[in-house]
Design a protein around this ligand. Structure first.
Ligand SMILES: NC(=O)c1ccc[n+]([C@@H]2O[C@H](COP(=O)([O-])OP(=O)(O)OC[C@H]3O[C@@H](n4cnc5c(N)ncnc54)[C@H](OP(=O)(O)O)[C@@H]3O)[C@@H](O)[C@H]2O)c1
Length: 384
């Protein structure tokens, strides 16, 4: 939704196609800039795109400076131009100099922005500095679409904890595996390829020991040019086999195993010798009935402190239910396959005790829907 009315816009009325292009560019940084935001920028004058850029790598130049460099390399001067940028330009010295300075120096006269930057070092100051230099600032342009690109960043910067997205693939009758445990594959190739895009996008991937014992998964990213996520396994009693593929590959792709304090020090040492990081996490105190499992909220706190800003939660059902119970899940990606497995013993995406009454259900709102071959991806935000 466009955040401004035509009559509110000082200077030229902004054009949605340029901001949409900036959003497309921002997404190219996916998997490379965490825990920084994804940002894209397009510089335009008289209907001509002069330069484009995005934040490409953590610690490197921001989108605005990359777009300016691109325009300059093509021989353009930027006086009187408009820059479309998906996030409020930074105005502080971090790993790179402030983008507001570059915009002012180049003589850009209009700045059209999508999202506000909640970073307390920026929040509103970027706009103020630009206006003080006579630059027209049009904020909140296609704000909802720009905000959607950075849900991980916004959550992490305001809570210090990772944004958790639960992902599962299920049949039309709500099963994630057959009664024998066979689950390869619930969905088709196109949907599975999309999962690898998600694995590239999120810094961490998390699963329960039940899934590790059943499937011996790799939890890596098999997308061309993708980045492997940090693997996080909830394993209260250190049951993970030393010969599992996760442990065997821990030196190439990090594995964090979260267990209860004082669990099997010998096993912990053997795991650490193979490159696994073992974290002792206190037990849940509020679970009903008492289960002596690690506290997910404490685990999130520690992951956040270790700069893990987002997690793709790949279950199974026992861990998924705990994650919902503990309130750490912000989003659900549900892939729906046109199959029916049936069977009362076949696993479902969310196990555990579940809600006693309809009014106790976790409530979600749909925020996306896409088709991958025969399968459908439904995206939801958890609202309660
Ligand atoms: N189709 C799909 O999308 C999909 C995705 C993933 C998995 N799966 C399937 O799901 C099945 C495994 O699911 P599952 O429910 O048996 O196991 P799970 O959810 O993968 O793991 C559950 C185990 O994690 C450990 N854990 C540690 N802390 C926990 C906490 N706070 N809350 C909950 N669990 C915690 C517990 O074991 P300890 O007490 O020993 O720590 C618990 O028994 C497999 O068949 C797999 O193929 C399907």
């Amino acid at each position: 939704m466009n955040g401004i009315e035509k009559s509110d816009a000082a200077g030229p009325y902004p054009d949605e196609q340029y901001m949409r292009r900036a959003i497309e560019l921002a997404k190219r940084g996916s998997g490379h800039v965490n825990p920084n935001p994804l940002v894209g920028a397009v510089i335009v004058r008289d209907g001509e795109i002069l330069g484009e850029g995005w934040h490409e790598e953590y610690g490197e130049l921001h989108a605005e400076r990359n777009a300016i460099a691109h325009a300059r390399a093509a021989g353009h001067r930027l006086e009187g131009s408009t820059i479309y940028v998906t996030l409020e330009p930074c105005c502080h010295y971090g790993k790179t100099p402030p983008c507001t300075e570059a915009i002012i120096e180049e003589g850009i006269t209009t700045v059209v922005v999508g999202s506000d930057d909640p970073n307390p070092l920026v929040a509103g100051r970027g706009f103020r500095i630009l206006r003080e230099h006579g630059i027209t600032v049009i904020p909140h342009f296609l704000k909802e679409e720009c905000d959607a690109v950075n849900e991980v960043f916004f959550y992490y910067i305001s809570t210090g904890r990772p944004y958790v997205a639960m992902k599962y693939a299920m049949t039309l009758d709500g099963k994630i595996a057959c009664r024998t445990g066979d689950s390869r594959w619930v969905t088709g190739e196109e949907a599975r390829n999309h999962v690898h895009r998600l694995r590239n996008h999120f810094k961490g991937i998390m699963a329960g020991i039940g899934t590790v014992l059943a499937d011996d998964p790799m939890l890596n990213c098999r997308m061309k040019g993708g980045r492997d996520p940090v693997r996080i396994i909830c394993d209260s009693h250190l049951r993970i086999p030393l010969e599992s593929r996760l442990v065997q590959t821990a030196r190439e792709q990090p594995v964090i195993v979260a267990c209860l304090p004082g669990k099997n020090r010998t096993k912990a040492k053997q795991l650490e010798k193979k490159g696994v990081t073992v974290w002792e996490i206190p037990p849940e105190t509020e679970a009903e009935p008492h289960r002596n499992m690690i506290d997910l909220s404490c685990l999130m706190q520690k992951l956040g402190e270790n700069k893990i800003d987002g997690i793709l939660l790949e279950g199974g059902g026992t861990l998924n239910e705990s994650a919902l119970q503990s309130g750490i899940v912000s989003k659900v990606y549900c892939y729906l396959a046109p199959k029916i497995f049936g069977g009362a013993d076949a696993k479902t995406p969310v196990e555990g005790r579940g809600a006693a009454l309809v009014k106790d259900a976790w409530m979600l709102e749909r925020c996306g829907q896409r088709q991958f071959g025969e399968d459908i991806l439904l995206e939801y935000r958890v609202v309660r």
